[in-house]
Design a binder for this molecule. Structure first.
Ligand code: MG
Length: 391
């Protein structure tokens, strides 16, 4: 059977690698919709190759440009429908003809389309961790109620998902998330004051988009992933551990109640977890490179230095407090990372801004059991607060 897909965030790093996977298995997948944030040129190129029925551009102000570009390819794409904005993402995520939605947008902007896809009964392959961090209880509750699966694309969570397959939850005592430690793993905390955008973007192992690469350098990425794991696997925060593993070969582990560990290993190639999220429960032979144990691979593990990476303790605290606090952490981090990439703040300013917004959150009277509207309101509030720290 051909699986019909909507790919949200098709021009980003995960989106492009998703299309590489789909190109590998043309007999298994058909793309019905491609949705991108702002990259009109690449979206048109992808449309010419995959011939979707729907195209979405997130930036409303690029809609006309997309329309004009497509006019010159009218012969190749005679019936393509063009949409714009978050509403466009939501519309294609709920199309009757779609079986599965892959959400690879960056940031809390993914909340609405992801929730809509779940409510419409679509299988969701989720690469958009910010959605689970900000609205984890709403998203997972909706998936449980409707009876749809959320298949993790994040490599650590895909690894844990695969380790857990076929096991009963009461046999599992801990989840171990591995972290590369990013480019600054061996720095002293005081060295971080002067690091540049270029240094922070230089990830040792993974090829990824700008936002997640900076998140890896601060380790807010792992902080977000702790919260993501809590919601995906229903595991208490005390039983989710983080360990630095510089080679990124062990993608994560589970520990059983008898003490034994089951790990998932592979090369640092996002196409692997993307492929599994698309083909689950099947495994398909691909032409992508595979791990070779005769390649003199080395595996090292070390604890996180909390003074160098305060993001980890902060994420545990925020996750345990819950409510809308994780949404505030995520939104403040999104704003701070953008400001750092724009050269407006120092690297260490990211943590300072996130901590500041979290501190301010306690002073406001936000609901302890937030609904979607409240989550989105806190997200907007935290973005404004974070901006005030930047100006
Ligand atoms: Mg990850």
């Amino acid at each position: 059977m051909i699986k019909k897909l909507a790919v949200l965030g098709s021009t980003g790093s995960i989106g492009r690698q998703t299309l590489e996977v789909i190109r590998e298995f043309p007999e298994r997948f058909k793309i019905i919709a491609l949705a991108a944030g702002s990259n009109v040129e690449l979206l048109v190129k992808q449309a010419l190759e995959f011939k979707p029925q729907y195209l979405v551009i997130g930036r409303q102000d690029r809609f006309l440009e997309l329309k004009q570009r497509l006019d010159s390819f009218a012969a190749q794409l005679p019936e393509v429908k063009i949409l714009a904005g978050v509403e466009g993402f939501t519309e294609v995520a709920t199309l009757a003809e779609i079986d599965q939605v892959l959400t690879a947008v960056v940031g809390a902007v993914g909340i609405k389309p992801t929730l809509a896809a779940i409510m419409a009964g679509k299988i969701v392959a989720l690469a958009n961790k910010e959605t689970l961090v900000a609205a984890g209880s709403i998203i997972t509750e909706a998936a449980r109620k409707i009876g749809v699966r959320i298949l993790p694309v994040d490599s650590e969570h895909s690894a844990i998902f695969q380790c857990l397959e076929g096991r009963t939850p009461d046999g599992v005592s801990k989840l171990w998330l591995t972290a590369s430690g990013g480019p600054f793993r061996s720095y002293r905390p005081s060295d971080l004051e002067s690091v540049t955008v270029e240094q922070a973007l230089n990830h040792p192992n993974w090829r990824m988009g700008g936002k997640i690469t900076i998140d890896s350098a601060t380790m807010f990425n792992k902080g977000l992933e702790i919260i993501e794991a809590h919601w995906l696997f229903g595991m208490p925060f005390d039983e989710i551990k983080v360990v630095i593993h510089p080679e990124s070969i062990v993608h994560s582990m589970i520990q059983m109640v008898d003490g034994s560990c089951i790990a998932h290993l592979g090369l640092c190639d996002m196409r692997l977890p993307i492929q599994y999220a698309l083909t689950f429960p099947d495994r398909l032979k691909s032409s992508f490179p595979a791990l070779d144990f005769l390649d003199r691979i080395q595996l090292h593990f070390e604890p996180v230095n909390p003074e160098l990476f305060p993001a980890i303790d902060l994420a545990y605290e925020v996750g345990r407090r819950g409510g809308s606090l994780p949404a505030a952490l995520n939104a403040a981090n999104e704003v701070a990372v953008a400001a750092f990439l724009d050269g407006k703040i120092r690297f260490t300013g990211i943590e300072r801004i996130v901590s500041g917004v979290i501190g301010d959150h306690q002073k406001e009277r936000f609901q302890s059991d937030p609904d979607l509207e409240e989550i989105l309101a806190v997200d907007a509030w935290a973005r404004r607060q974070a901006q005030r720290f930047i100006l």
